[in-house]
Write a protein that binds this ligand. Structure first.
Ligand SMILES: NC(=O)c1ccc[n+]([C@@H]2O[C@H](COP(=O)([O-])OP(=O)(O)OC[C@H]3O[C@@H](n4cnc5c(N)ncnc54)[C@H](OP(=O)(O)O)[C@@H]3O)[C@@H](O)[C@H]2O)c1
Length: 326
């Protein structure tokens, strides 16, 4: 893949394309100052990011919209230059909820369409406005969804012009095949957003997705924020890895830049989150060097097959995706 090509984009199977680096925007609302997300999205657009990854669930989608609209008003970018990915949460998978939920996101963003809308997780929770529904004993309230019916409702949203491309997130091979083999499928998922970085390289899922023209979008590409409330900390910090750091001198690049370059060089889009202007810039400066084949192999060899984002609290959900090998 020629990464020096215009804007560093990956073509999607539906004819659209996705900028290979996006800004992640999930930040624990309890630990994040108001306005930090908007400031970061503006800083990112200023240094060249054109892809923003967000979700209604993150509680800062209004700030993402504000930042994008401000940059358009300033004449820095046009709407069509920006690629925004939004997400359909687990409590909104009932087909009749899909369009109103996407419309809510558009209303919050104050935009007319999103570029990509993805099913955030295959695990449905009790439909409603409570994002994390539990019963009076603290037990999770699961829901039996029909992912194919959810998908058809998403297809209707694309036909209505509310979204350009459709994808999924945290789907395993079986769940992808469920959609791919759906009778009467109108639009294939263009992407699957999953955890992916040098300690969790996803070789089998990546191969399967490449064979089916599904782009992998790597979440937690720097190894997460290591927030113990949702991150499995049994794996050591990725950015302290000795091998990644051993390449610092040769390239004058940080371990974070090496980790991002590893994924983009094999055609995987990355969505590093940073709300720090220096690191936002740093994470975008990965187009002026390339790793050798041997270095790519060595980084592939760092794979530990241990997820940082295990979502074990839902491990007895019938659609828990991570019991399968991939
Ligand atoms: N679909 C899903 O289920 C799902 C799950 C998880 C995440 N996501 C998406 O993926 C995005 C990224 O994943 P993530 O937020 O889990 O983790 P990440 O991008 O791997 O790491 C973010 C952490 O790394 C720090 N950081 C950023 N750049 C750095 C650098 N150059 N050097 C050192 N530290 C750096 C950030 O702190 P500072 O902000 O202080 O720089 C933050 O603590 C999320 O924001 C979200 O948009 C999706």
């Amino acid at each position: 893949m020629d990464l020096s090509a215009a804007n560093h984009r990956i073509p999607l199977s539906d004819g659209n394309s996705i900028p290979i680096i996006g800004l992640g925007t999930y930040s624990d609302p309890k630990l994040t100052m108001k306005g930090a997300c908007a400031a970061s999205v503006k800083a990112a657009i200023d240094v060249g990011y054109r892809h923003i990854d967000g979700a209604y669930l993150y509680q800062n989608e209004h700030e993402v919209g504000e930042a994008i609209r401000q940059k358009i008003a300033e004449g820095k970018v046009r709407r069509e230059d920006i690629f925004y990915c939004g997400k359909l949460w687990a409590t909104k998978q009932e087909p009749e909820m899909v369009r109103p939920t996407l419309e809510k996101t558009l209303q919050v963003l104050q935009l007319d369409y999103v570029d990509l809308y993805i099913i955030e997780t295959p695990m449905a929770l009790k439909p409603g406005d409570e994002p994390y529904p539990k019963d009076e004993n603290g037990k999770w309230l699961y829901h039996k969804s029909n992912l194919c019916a959810t998908w058809e409702a998403l297809e209707a949203c694309k036909d209505a012009g509310l979204v350009k491309s459709l994808g999924v997130s945290n789907f395993n091979r079986r769940q992808l095949e469920l959609i791919l083999n759906k009778p009467g499928l109108k639009y294939k998922p263009v992407s699957n957003q999953v955890e992916c970085h040098p300690y969790f390289t996803q070789p089998k899922l990546l191969k399967f997705c490449q064979e089916h023209d599904i782009t992998i979008i790597a979440y937690s590409p720097l190894g997460t924020s290591r927030n113990p409330s949702w991150v499995n900390l049994s794996s050591p910090p990725l950015l302290k890895d000795a091998y990644l750091n051993s390449l610092r001198k040769k390239y004058t690049k940080t371990a974070a830049q090496i980790a991002l370059r590893f994924n983009i060089q094999r055609g995987v889009a990355v969505i590093p989150k940073s709300f720090n202007p220096e690191r936002i810039k740093e994470n975008f400066q990965v187009f002026d060097f390339s790793l050798t084949e041997e270095e790519m192999k060595n980084i592939e060899g760092l794979n530990r097959n241990v997820r940082f984002v295990e979502m074990l609290m839902w491990s007895d959900h019938p659609e828990y995706p991570f019991h399968d090998e991939y």
